[in-house]
Design a protein around this ligand. Structure first.
Ligand code: PMP
Length: 396
């Protein structure tokens, strides 16, 4: 019956992690997967999360509504759109609790496939690979807009705008508003505004994928692109994730917000999203959302969490500086500016696949074969070795 089922090639990043786990070298360094690690190379349990979990105890495990916990959904809305948001006052946002950012995008793709079918979906070149997969699975054809210039390690902003200008009106456009994965290159506020003008003029449907809120400049600052867009546009979507900024990867906590033209429209959209969830997994899990809602809803825990997010952000920036300084010590020929200018968890190094393989084989330093490095895997203890490996691979 299943004799013709094709083998799954595996996810390239997850497969690299398995290879890393099996690598016997003690000095190995994992800079592949997008997981924040602390200065000791451990995935942290945030004290705010621990305190919330203790406050909740084992808690209630009954079914929760298809759309998720009401408090959680309200707090997601306030975190994404800002507490004083006009959209929220006008009740124009349909927000669902989702299974992480991936679950949010998956519901978004299915919703758009059903209600706005046949439109092209544009994603950045390059992007997080699952953008292609999730939207293709929902039945869309995905296309790319230019984003990264490998030669200059900067944004191809004009080319990006040209492609989106020439795209059919009403196209779906996935936009990462902050801490772009995989490049670490974001739009400046002026570029964000110019892109917003274009998206509105062409009636494109942006899907903002915000997986790293708080990892660039601050929790509110990182939402500013979405919030400024919200002041001007009537219909768009936002997927957000608490995997990284709460270090709750395995709990699968995120949100999908669909911004609508009217409160009545938002009500009907929420109904359709609930129906989609009912037909898929019926209702979301309890623990992660209860923890996030407890932290965000309690002033003391929230202040603690904001300080913890700041600590993660500052550590990643410090590691970028340290890597740039270590590379500079070894070679004057490598321009290190890109390492410190890029934001968030990732740095696109411009290293070729052969160079990445050399770093892995020779030094046990694991990057993704595209040259993407997760800077959150750098520590005081491994940064000099990583720099040495990188310089050797570059042959500089
Ligand atoms: N979008 C982007 C751009 C991401 O980098 C990630 C995580 N790697 C996600 C979405 C998915 O996040 P989650 O783990 O919460 O599903």
């Amino acid at each position: 019956l299943f004799g013709n089922v094709e083998a799954f090639a595996g996810d390239p990043i997850l497969s690299l992690n398995i290879a890393f786990q099996g690598d016997p070298r003690t000095e190995k360094v994992n800079l592949t997967i997008g997981i924040y690690m602390d200065g000791n190379g451990k995935v942290p349990v945030l004290p705010s999360v621990k305190a919330a979990a203790e406050k909740l105890g084992f808690g209630v495990r009954s079914y929760i509504p298809m759309e998720g916990l009401a408090d959680y959904r309200r707090l997601v809305q306030e975190l994404v759109f800002g507490k004083g948001s006009k959209l929220l006052a006008e009740k124009r946002v349909a927000t669902m609790q989702s299974l992480g950012g991936t679950g949010a995008l998956s519901i978004a793709a299915d919703f758009l496939a059903k209600h706005t079918p046949g439109r092209p979906v544009y994603v950045s070149d390059p992007t997080w690979d699952n953008h292609h997969g999730l939207f293709q699975r929902a039945g869309f054809e995905t296309k790319t807009y230019p984003y990264w210039d490998g030669a200059t390690r900067t944004l191809r902003f004009d080319d990006m705008m040209k492609t989106l200008e020439e795209a059919p009106a009403g196209s779906i456009v996935i936009v990462q508003p902050v801490c772009h994965n995989p490049t670490g290159v974001d739009l400046s506020p002026a570029q964000q505004d110019a892109l917003s003008d274009l998206l509105i003029a062409k009636q494109h449907i942006p899907v903002f994928d915000m997986a790293y809120q708080g990892f660039a400049d601050g929790i509110d600052e990182d939402a500013s692109f979405v919030r400024r867009y919200a002041e001007r546009a009537s219909s768009f979507l936002v997927a957000n994730s608490f995997s990284k900024n709460f270090s709750l990867y395995g709990e699968r906590v995120g949100g999908l917000s669909v911004v609508c033209a009217t409160a009545d429209e938002a009500d009907r959209v929420l109904g359709q999203l609930k129906l989609a969830v009912r037909r898929s997994y019926s209702n979301p899990p309890t623990t992660g959302a209860q923890i996030v809602a407890t932290v965000l809803g309690d002033p003391a825990l929230r202040a603690l969490w904001e300080a913890e997010v700041a600590e993660m952000r500052v550590r990643m920036k410090a590691m970028r500086e340290a890597l740039a300084a270590e590379v500079k010590k070894l070679s004057n020929e490598i321009d290190v500016g890109f390492i410190t200018q890029q934001r968030g968890m990732f740095s696109y190094t411009g290293l070729s696949k052969a160079q990445v393989v050399q770093m892995r084989d020779t030094d046990g330093v694991y990057l993704v074969e595209s040259g993407r490095m997760c800077v959150a895997g750098l520590t005081e203890n491994n940064v000099a070795a990583v720099a040495k490996s990188l310089v050797a691979a570059r042959g500089a």
